[in-house]
Design a protein around this ligand. Structure first.
Ligand code: NDP
Length: 329
């Protein structure tokens, strides 16, 4: 069936300014790391992407290596773009990244100019896009001069292949330095993509301050701790879940180790009238320091539940204190 986007798509989503830029991002964005590779039916991918756009999720986050196999998330997205979303291209902010291993040999990963610009060309070919909205250095490269990596990002913008640039998982010091170099090249640092959740709070130790200083925004990845901070594992490890599957990134042991704290947080969420997933999303967005929460979803129902968090982003002081107690237990 041809796709007609919902007329209500901008009615409920909140849009937040990215640092001191002109760009707004939805408070909840959708990432295609898992559930958008060859193992997921294209119809499922299409349904999640359509529903996301209908709910005002205008930002889709991808990377060269998402799949599996690497590249297939971009290919699948490109197919849905072609059949469904193309008429809405100017209403979408699409990001991709390069940094992790993508092809064999010395030029297939990290942060050289050689790798980054070749990878961006490949991403454009796989998605069928003329340009991406945001191009990221996916991880800092200890062996490549930062001037070279940032220079490649700035070139991508000068070549018209990206509108904005970002960095992911850079330390506060690396972030300040990256922003300084980019400013000198006339391409401001738009955004940083760090991991951030109730269980992983490293950004509070200097990164958010550095971003305020340089005027960049932030988008928190894995705010649900890959599903741990939801009701997904409260009654065991269901078939088809990330922890049950072949993903090397989430194990049953990790799930078990956190269950006590997760149950306490689940109760707190209910007392606020939210699900645990919604509490987790709202919590990373509290106080407005993080621009957007970047969630994954393996179904339309999960996506809808996460987007609904936007209805309640405020926390009373005693609620925040109770969350701290639950996390410290
Ligand atoms: P999340 O923490 O949001 O975890 C998503 C997973 O949680 C889903 O796949 C699903 O697991 C489960 N889930 C989601 N919503 C619900 C719900 N409402 N109820 C129950 N379970 C739910 O994020 P991800 O780890 O997927 O990362 C999100 C995005 O962040 C990625 O797609 C990517 O774009 C980006 N990212 C960036 C990285 C970087 O280095 N820059 C690294 C990692 C991610 P299940 O599949 O079991 O159903």
């Amino acid at each position: 069936m041809p796709y007609d986007a919902a007329e209500t798509r901008y009615d409920t989503m909140a849009y937040r300014r990215v640092g001191r830029s002109g760009l707004l991002l939805p408070a909840v964005s959708l990432g295609l790391w898992h559930n958008f590779g060859e193992g997921t039916a294209l119809e499922t991918q299409r349904a999640i992407l359509r529903r996301a756009f209908d709910l005002g999720v205008t930002h889709i986050d991808i990377a060269n290596n998402y799949g599996p196999p690497p590249g297939s998330a971009e290919t699948g997205f490109g197919e849905v773009l072609r059949t469904d979303l193309k008429p809405y291209r100017d209403e979408l902010v699409i990001a991709t990244k390069a940094g992790y291993r993508m092809w064999p040999g010395p030029y297939g990963e990290w942060g050289s100019r050689k790798y980054l610009l070749a990878s961006l060309d490949q991403s454009l070919a796989r998605t069928g896009l003329d340009y991406v909205d945001i191009f990221y250095s996916h991880r800092p490269d200890p062996d490549t001069p930062l001037e070279e990596t940032m220079g490649a990002l700035a070139s991508a913008v000068q070549q018209g292949k990206a509108l904005y640039v970002g960095i992911s998982s850079y330390s506060p010091e690396q972030t300040r330095e990256a922003a300084r170099i980019l400013a000198g090249l006339g391409t401001p640092l738009l955004i940083h993509q760090p991991r951030y959740s109730m269980f992983d709070r490293w950004v509070e130790d200097g990164l958010l301050d550095a971003l305020d200083e340089v005027g960049a925004g932030s988008i928190a990845f894995s705010p649900l701790e890959q599903g741990i901070l939801t009701d997904r594992y409260l009654d065991g490890i269901p078939e088809g879940s990330r922890a049950a599957g072949s993903s090397p990134f989430l194990s049953a042991e990790q799930v078990q180790a956190t269950l006590g704290r997760v149950r306490a947080l689940d109760e707190l969420a209910r007392s606020r009238g939210q699900s645990l997933a919604q509490l987790a999303v709202s919590w990373v967005l509290r106080g407005g320091r993080v621009t957007s929460a970047l969630v994954g979803a393996s179904s339309v129902a999960q996506l809808e539940a996460n987007v609904a968090a936007v209805a309640d982003l405020e926390f009373a002081d005693d609620e925040l204190a109770m969350i701290e107690d639950a996390l410290a237990a």
